[in-house]
Ligand binder design. Sequence first.
Ligand code: BES
Ligand code: ZN
Ligand code: ZN
Length: 503
Amino acid sequence: MLKLSAKKTAGFAGDMLVYFLAESGKKTVSSSRSAIRRSIRNAWKSGDFTGKTGESYWFYPNSADKDFSARRVLVVGLGKLNEDENLCREQIRLAAGTAVSIAHRLKVQRLMAVLPEKTGLPAATVAESMAEGLILSNYRFDKYKTGHKSEDIKVRIKQCLLHDGGLEHSRVRQGMNAGKRAAEAACVARNMANEPGNGWTPAQFAQFARDVASASDLSCRIIDKSAMKKLGMGGILGVNQGSALPPKLVILKYKGAKKWPTLMLVGKGLTFDSGGISLKPAAGMEDMKYDMCGGAAVICAMQVIAKERPKGINVVALIPATENLSGASAIKPGDIITHYGGITSEVINTDAEGRLILADALAYGIKTYKPDAVVDLATLTGAVIVGLGHHRTGLLSTDDELVAKILDAGERAGEPLWRLPLGPEYSKQINSKVADIRNIGGKGGGTITAACYLQEFVGDTPWAHLDIAGTAWNFTEKSYVPKGPSGIAVRTLVNLVRNWKKN
Ligand code: BES
Ligand code: ZN
Ligand code: ZN
């Protein structure tokens, strides 16, 4: 949908031409066109528009005006441009989102966005952020809308052109393509999450991974139910017992070079979480189709990694995928399972299933691939929403260096995280009388005790856990983030991998 334009703004005969203006004196619109300058000056003088975040105005140029062939010209405020590069990136994404929401309201099909010139950011960064904002905000999930009800049909921008606004064309192209790859992958993750439980199953995770691998030179391996039995993956198998669909452990591998360190990513791919025998309440249970967002983030980040082939790093991704249902053979409270590697666990609550499937994947992945660092992502606990709301992802880790890398990657993406502690006092909460550990930690610190469970399976490997239960859907209100699944962590992971060597 997004292309770099070689056309002059005056020659663009589409539905809407968009300029971005900073609040303070910075000259972000450096068009030589006198008409746009005059318009902005007049808007400014009237006091109606000062360039603040969220502000905008548009006008309909006269057909005799040689400066414009577009039907409408929109001017959007960027706000006072921040000194901090990451905050500035976010300002551009937000302004792009504001432009797109106006375009949607006016049923705009063809849009040209002119990059702001003097922002203080490198040209590639401006283009990258703009591309992300435009693509992420133009997202809609209407696959199941047949048009049966006419009011359901919502428009999306069909063609979006990016004009370099006077910035170096080749840098703009490079930045735009980077932003496009990451944002499009986040939209794919949103699609997976929007799919209902009967539209996105463990088998579909496996098929997607095979497709990614065959379109690139990633290698793909699917561990199926019979192989899981041989390997002794009692966690995934235990959770899967109540489901009619077989589980999958999906593995994708990007091989850079032998001498480079290996990062292992693990994502919870619970395609529907009913709670199992410890059944969840009916109200809102439909939201549990989103319980695969960790897996979606990991697999979609791998899709970008496959295209970019980053230097200085190897990446292996594991997605344990199953449903958690309460069929006749379902696991029961009190049952004891044996994880891959031999640790036994007393399943007190079958709804604390995410940690059970992740434990097998972590232990197996570390044993098999001997990674230098491990990052897992999961919609793991309701408790993280109590603690951090829908505004930040919970981060728990045994390694300060890894934490610094992840916090930085998240800030860059506009996907902030907040670190929570680990410690023996919390780990004690998952002691069991009859097995090595139990799967819930009792009152208090639910997000932390869930992470403590995972910690039992990572040994000394530097490890970080991202609890995205609050941010994977209904993420904090932003112009470029719709209600529903956010595609969280796809761009954070892409940044983490892109900058692995630099940090
Ligand atoms: N998938 C849920 C976590 C969740 C809850 C995600 C709300 C998004 C919104 C997870 O499997 C779960 O059910 N966790 C339980 C753990 C409890 C039984 C210790 C929870 O958080 O209630
Ligand atoms: Zn659950
Ligand atoms: Zn769950």
